[in-house]
Design a binder for this molecule. Sequence first.
Ligand code: HBI
Ligand code: FE
Length: 295
Amino acid sequence: MNTPRKIEHQQTDRGYVPVYATGVVEQPWASYSRSEHAVWDTLFQRQRDLLRGRACQEFLDGVERFGLGDGGIPKFAELNTVLGAATGWQVVAVEGLLPDEVFFDHLANRRFPVSWWIRKPDQLDYLSEPDLFHDLFGHVPLLLNPVFADYMQAYGRGGMKAFKIGPEALMNLTRLYWYTVEFGLIRTPAGMRIYGAGIVSSKGESVYSLDSPSPNRIGFDIERVMNTRYRIDTYQQTYFVIENFEQLFDATRPDFTPIYARLRQSPAHAAGDVLDGDRVFTRGDRAGWATDADS
Ligand code: HBI
Ligand code: FE
């Protein structure tokens, strides 16, 4: 991994930490408290038990291969030995959300940014920004799957191009990330399964996304997804379903420029819309949906 250049020391509640040009810091593993390790163990055991029969097998296999349940917050350096050998990806510790272009550059270079801090015991069920549990447990196991790993790098490259095109293209790509990497479902012979990080790291949504009659579940189509607004503050009103990870990676092969041009001509769909051309697996009954504006 090409270690980014150090640029400054940033004051955090653990004193001064070196922050690199691309937001990368060292994982302060030795300074995690017993309570922080216990938060990881609590969240891990709860989600592992809940996700049996709910998360896709590729995700569950990744969790086992990394030994994420061995007790306490994992050491990124140890995970990177396994991850680097499998798909050339590396986990890098960061302070939190990064500017889009910095984030895309990491993905384009097979570096996945993981927040070095973990939520407090009183934040188990909701927090405003992705923490170590969301990023590491939610996103990293699937990076051991070669096709999904290729998709994530292709997404990062697409993000670098979209960033140069402009805000509408960026929004189209952000929606693609949201409805696949964060909240995606996948069909399997045993039924629908979860692969999205935002779902597998959430106790409530791990159940709601598969069991609730409220949301729509619609077949994945990249233009449909890029043109559909989403919910930040509630469970999703629509989940998009892929057949397999190859379908996802293949969707990133064409140049997106003509897609962006077409989408600029058509108003975005509301998060809960069901359209004539949709492949509808479940038409939601909309129970409990928020009525305020989508993002
Ligand atoms: N930064 N650290 C971090 N993690 C993310 O998941 C992330 C980000 N910056 C931007 C971002 N995600 C989203 O805008 C993506 O849709 C690009
Ligand atoms: Fe995420």
